[in-house]
Design a protein. Structure first.
Length: 220
């Protein structure tokens, strides 16, 4: 089954006309503006029925004003045709109850940590974040309960503290990234490196702590 990631995922969303949805690292995201809890509950029930019929289940968050959806194929760790098909069905269900999407809303928070010794420190972070030191998969600490953001390890040479070891990655739609960067700069930040934009842009706060605004554009 084809796995869609990076720019290929963005191109595939365009080709399928899935304007309600955004590509995020390893998943699709959408926010549907229900406006009230009852409408949201009705939409979630319809999505649940479609998911059961397809035997493919999204992550759904119901709040008073909106419903957030994330879709991924866990057996591949990426978006596949199953997700694209269910995404189209969910958009149709939302339209049938008069609910529109906010394509700029989906975002994903990840934490990146510089380390020369990932094997040594990964169990500590897995135990701290999830309560189980074995929740490590490749370069990532994962939370099966879905309560914690992904923590991933970036290779670097040995260095002494206080070199910043932990940074924030905020993945947003490509159209949102320039707005987010401008807002961060206006709030006192600086652009440290934009040589890899629009894939990612490195920013820093006034203390020098770095963070990245990321998109899937031009990524493999």
């Amino acid at each position: 089954m084809t796995a869609y990631t990076g720019q290929k995922l963005l191109d595939t969303l365009d080709a399928h006309g899935l304007a309600d949805w955004q590509g995020l690292p390893d998943c699709l995201g959408a926010r549907f503006l229900t406006g009230d809890f009852a409408t949201g509950l009705d939409l979630v029930a319809r999505i649940g029925a479609a998911a059961e019929e397809a035997n493919h289940h999204p992550d759904v968050t119901l709040t008073f004003p909106h419903v957030d959806i994330r879709l991924t194929s866990h057996d591949t760790g990426a978006v596949t045709e199953r997700d694209l098909k269910l995404a189209a069905q969910i958009s149709e269900l939302a339209a049938s109850v008069g609910v529109t999407a906010d394509p700029k809303a989906p975002a994903l928070l990840e934490l990146g940590m510089d380390t020369a010794n990932p094997d040594a420190i990964a169990p500590f972070w897995a135990a701290l974040l999830t309560g189980d030191a074995s929740n490590v998969s490749g370069p990532d600490v994962i939370d099966p309960a879905g309560q914690m953001p992904l923590l991933w390890f970036q290779d670097c040479e040995e260095h002494e503290v206080p070199h910043q070891r932990l940074h924030v990655d905020v993945s947003v739609p490509g159209a949102v990234a320039p707005e987010r960067i401008r807002a961060a700069v206006a709030a006192g930040g600086t652009v440290v490196d934009e040589s890899h934009a629009p894939s990612f842009t490195v920013l820093a706060d006034s203390d020098g702590n770095r963070a990245c605004v990321c998109t899937l554009e031009n990524r493999p």
